[in-house]
Design a protein around this ligand. Sequence first.
Ligand code: NAP
Ligand code: ZN
Length: 351
Amino acid sequence: MAATPALSAPSAGAPFDATTIERRELGEHDVLIDIKFCGICHSDIHQIKDEWGNSIFPMVPGHEIAGVVAAVGAGVSRYAVGDRVGVGCLVDSCGECEYCVAGEEQFCVKPAVPTYNGLDYDGEPTYGGYSQQIVVRDRFVVRIPDALELQDAAPLLCAGITTYTPLKHWKVGPGMKVAVVGMGGLGHVGVQIAAAMGAEVTVLSQTLSKQEDGLRFGAKHYDATSERSIFKELASSFDLILNTVSANLPINAYLGLLRVDGTLVTVGAPAKPDSFRAFALIGGRRSLAGSAIGGLPGTQEMLDFCAEHSVTPAIELIGADEVAEAYDRVERSAVRYRFVIDVSTIGAPPA
Ligand code: NAP
Ligand code: ZN
């Protein structure tokens, strides 16, 4: 066991303590990573406040991890000391069920082990990337392409794969009209990926305040949902709507924006239930769907895609002492567009 500096929350909603946590000894198939950067996902906030009702404390969040390999176990051949690597939302799975075999470890029936706020198969709680080192099974480590800076790659490990997976699953490409609802951490990456896939992208944001950025990210159109008239003007116009909003939405109104056979896929994960009217689906043979992160082969594919197509998260790099303020800004939709923690500042005196 080795101690590593970390930001740890003792209970729901409590401020972070700068402390140390223990990482397990390096096993045969393990990789020890010196974490350099970790993104702040809205899921960190949902869980630190126990909004989903499944939180385990103390909690060290963080599942957008980018760093450098510091050591490898005897059975690891894919990675070597010095490699630039990432870890996303999962750190283990059974490896044998139909979903693991298909490379969709997020659906592992055992189930898969989340990077934090979960229990590892040995019963120990998992701790995430708001820390300086992590030990992860090699199968859950991905390679960061040279074209991506480590701090830019970090948000892709959750925001990237969570938007790439449904866009690929619903075969987004040229000739398709895609709307992205909410332009925060997930949304601003989703806009870039959908545009890179060749779709005609519309951003549906609460206001027009980020319009210039949305168009720069590759959107063709940008509309404010506070203008209720857009729900009439854009009725029956999209093949796919990607909902990245962390709060409940008036689902019927958004379903009305879909063409016949269109799909509203929700990746946003508000705590409270949504509701919809059967007629909002029946009329246009529409689908309401969900999607969870992605598997490991898809995560590597997504990183390579982003490197090739210059999909780059817009980040604000912060120190450990700025995390509380960053959480507050994420909750106020005042993030532009992903906060990334410079992990070297954890445990160090403020600059
Ligand atoms: P975020 O950065 O806070 O972005 C969410 C965006 O939603 C905001 O920037 C805002 O965009 C919009 N929004 C917020 N409150 C709203 C409201 N009341 N009404 C309408 N729009 C609102 O969050 P994120 O990190 O992208 O995460 C988004 C959600 O996805 C969270 O619930 C998170 O837990 C979930 N998530 C799910 C998965 C998965 O596997 N399914 C993975 C990661 C995250 P505008 O300012 O443009 O309106
Ligand atoms: Zn996330």
